[in-house]
Design a protein around this ligand. Sequence first.
Ligand code: AMP
Length: 287
Amino acid sequence: MRVVKSPKALQRLATQARQAGRRIGLVPTMGYLHAGHLSLVHEARRRVGADGLVVVSIYVNPTQFAPTEDLARYPRDFRRDSALCREAGVDVIFAPTDLYGGRATGRYSTYVVEEQLTAGMEGASRPTHFRGVTTVVAKLFNCALPDIAVFGAKDWQQAAVVQRMVENLDFPLKLIIAPTHRESDGLALSSRNKFLDPQQRAQATVLWRAQKLAQARVRQAGRGGVPVAELKAFIAALVAAESAARLDYAEFFDPKSLVPVETVVKGVHFALAVFFGSTRLIDNGRM
Ligand code: AMP
């Protein structure tokens, strides 16, 4: 396994691999790896084959954090991450110290902006977030030159936005969306779970319970579906019943266009964000 720090070095390595006929699979992460990340690594390996090159990027991307957010306290443990990557059979870790060298000198001035799918949900709660995501992902694609890139369904809106960027900007690669990896009680694995105290951790299953209960209600209603206001009120009450939880949003929408629906039927997608103190958790799933 190699650890590469500079975009130029990764481009050289990726170009050589491509010339040798190897397929490249990229898994972008912000590190502090957990089993969810590793499931993406295994999916990348499955797709590119034993001869392929699996690249994991580990970079806490500053442009996707607002000044008020948790960039400084975002968990980092490179030694542990690199041991996990080695065990998982990763070929290359891309761990740049800074991808915006020009920012300090005032020479970084280029951003990628998706203007439709970013309006609601995460984009509404975090207005500068997706500009940072699309910019860094475009940069990672230009560094790793992947044939496939694997993203998690855990960040549903992010995956939709990146998919749109790939289509709109003609990136020559296929995006793979891998399923959300969960704890046995349903909580989606997240690097931010480590910030939860025991009470918050116990109550954090409300994100999963909200999904399952909404899903049961929708399935039970059948073809006619359920008015979205009814489900939103139900979820608001469910979250309010947890003393440590504060609902940020709960939305029901078309899984591809992300356009909100009035009536929730089977196949509609659901996403929610819940604060526990200053820790914000998200989750989503299909009704
Ligand atoms: P992050 O390091 O949180 O930026 O996540 C890097 C990638 O891992 C993203 O594509 C996430 O959607 C994905 N991911 C994060 N948590 C999970 C999970 N529990 N299951 C599957 N994929 C995940």
